[in-house]
Design a protein around this ligand. Structure first.
Ligand code: FAD
Length: 313
């Protein structure tokens, strides 16, 4: 039997998660806690362990779709104490896990770190980003992560160097560590510095490209599916090498709607909540899109968005 620990004083109950995610759907967290510092985080983790509760960590909620029945457990958000960043004399940036990636891209502009700039349009925290190996414009976090610090469900802080973490497309081995909370990330540019003016111009170009291809109406979670890596159909096939969005477009999915959720007319790999969508609407639409591409092209699309609670073991 687990030991009992005191209930954190600022623990809340029945908090709606829709407003904490960019898709804006889903029910309540049974328990909800904002960890303002490491001591508060440890207190909440130990209490949850003592109560036998499952713990869910929410970053900026930009890659999570919550179920309508909510989550039966403790949802933890990292607060102010995890939002600072600092650059040391060796060029390593230590960032609290709740620091938003665009803030770190801005630091990249100021310091002339070209490999930080891809983060400029990704609306997530560096903690969530490192778990997902977030990336854009042909770059991803694996190239600049030096180390990652996390806290175990028992409250122990552990630091892994980049050599101890494996990264692949929109995935890191950190996802396999059950119940851990990423608290700090060390980042270092591995490219020769460029001028701030040049960085500004690169970021402008990235943002213009994003504006041109991303839906501007409705709440969303960015890309729903990962791009298929294997060329299932063979090099000569017309679908060989197509992105998930291109496959979904070809499959006629643009504009397909379930309740308040719709496959965007601007980008077929995005589901947009036009207001009033439910977690079930989004799940149903994901299922329809996946089946359609499988039936038409024999390609099994893999989800990039994370469904709560079912994807959390
Ligand atoms: C408009 C839009 C554009 C996007 N563009 C891109 C893009 O270009 N490239 C890209 O890669 N992604 C993109 N995304 C997806 C998303 O922003 C990324 O996946 C991002 O890394 C998620 O970060 P987050 O803080 O929002 O994590 P969340 O969505 O809150 O969480 C994602 C997962 O990480 C876990 N997690 C989060 N923080 C922690 C932590 N501190 N410790 C342990 N676990 C944690 C959560 O439990 C969850 O399993 C986009 C999303 C939107 C809405």
């Amino acid at each position: 039997m687990n030991a009992k620990y005191p209930r954190p004083a600022s623990l809340a109950e029945g908090v709606g998660l829709a407003r904490h995610t960019t898709m804006g759907v889903g029910g309540d967290a049974r328990y909800f806690f904002v960890a303002e510092d490491s001591a508060g985080l440890k207190e909440a983790l130990l209490w949850a362990k003592g109560e036998g509760l499952k713990v869910f960590i929410l970053g900026n909620g930009s890659n999570v779709v919550v179920a309508d029945e909510g989550v039966e457990g403790l949802v933890i958000i990292l607060g102010r104490g995890f939002r600072a960043h600092d650059l040391d004399a060796n060029g390593v940036v230590t960032a609290g896990a709740a620091t938003m990636m665009p803030v770190l891209a801005r630091l990249g502009v100021e310091r002339g770190f070209p490999d930080f700039l891809f983060m400029s349009g990704i609306p997530g925290s560096i903690g969530g980003g490192v778990l997902m190996n977030a990336g854009a414009e042909g770059a991803d976090l694996s190239a600049i992560v030096e180390w990652v610090e996390y806290v175990t469900p028992e409250g122990e802080a552990i630091r892994l160097t980049k050599e101890e973490i494996s990264f692949s497309y929109r995935r890191s081995s950190l996802l396999e560590l059950e119940g851990v909370v990423v608290t700090y990330v060390g980042l270092k540019s591995s490219l020769a510095p460029v001028s701030t003016e040049e960085c500004e111009s690169i970021v402008r170009e990235f943002i213009e490209k994003r504006r041109a291809r991303q839906p501007r109406i409705g709440r969303n979670s960015g890309s729903i599916f990962k791009n298929p890596l294997s060329k299932v159909a063979g090099a000569s096939s017309p679908i060989s090498g197509l992105s998930a969005g291109a496959l979904l477009d070809r499959a006629g999915m643009k504009g397909v709607r379930v309740g308040g959720a719709e496959i965007s007319n601007e980008h077929a790999n995005w589901i947009v909540n036009h207001g009033g969508a439910t977690g079930e609407d989004v799940r149903e639409l994901i299922g329809i899109a996946k089946r359609r591409v499988s039936e038409l092209y024999g390609v099994e699309l893999e989800r990039e968005v994370i469904l709560w609670p079912e994807d959390i073991s």
